[in-house]
Design a protein around this ligand. Sequence first.
Ligand SMILES: [Mg+2]
Length: 233
Amino acid sequence: MQKERIKIKTIIFDLDDTLIKTSKLYNRARDEFSSLMQELGFDSEESLIKLDEVDISYIKEYGFVKERYPLSLGKTYEYFCKINSEKINPVLKKKIEDIGWQVFRQIPELVDGVYQILDTLSKKYFLILATLGDPQVQEEKVRLSGLKKYFSEIYVLKHKNVEEYQNILKKHNLDKKDAWIVGNSVRSDLNPGLKLGVNCILIPYLSWKFEEEEPLSKNYLRLDSLEEVLNYL
Ligand SMILES: [Mg+2]
């Protein structure tokens, strides 16, 4: 006879810009890139718009591999050289790609109080981390940030969509009413959760064009900081 599984209330956390301030590193790279482009005589704002366009097209083509970001920066520089009939300077192109590599050489800052918050929650809930990105990069961030110990399971996903969250619920035999998704992104955290009927907490933080979407409903809790989660869960 199969034993009845005990259902435990579960929180599925996002990593980037929910527990660690990843976008700050990307924004620093963007600032550096746009200043350099301006120095080269290209429009800094247009450079950033093009960068997002190129980067999103590469995400669609290659997925979240880390080589993609330096490549997107280099390709954006090439694009502006071409449309302005200027020669591509390989040294400059390398320097621009390196702005992208720098992002992966730094450890993002932690969100305020994250250890204490996860420590408190891990005593009451089964904590799962579901993060989107390059497995090597994400695993390294989890390890170096000291967050690994709070989670019973860590998933580095290729997509953050209904199917992926559904797989997690199924794998842990979780009832959707006993599960919460906590994250900063409407596209990757909130909307798949709302579609599934899981309880959702959105904590908006820095984000970028790829993550932009309208919430599918108002059926969620919106908080200003991670600390506030403790008032509700
Ligand atoms: Mg995020």
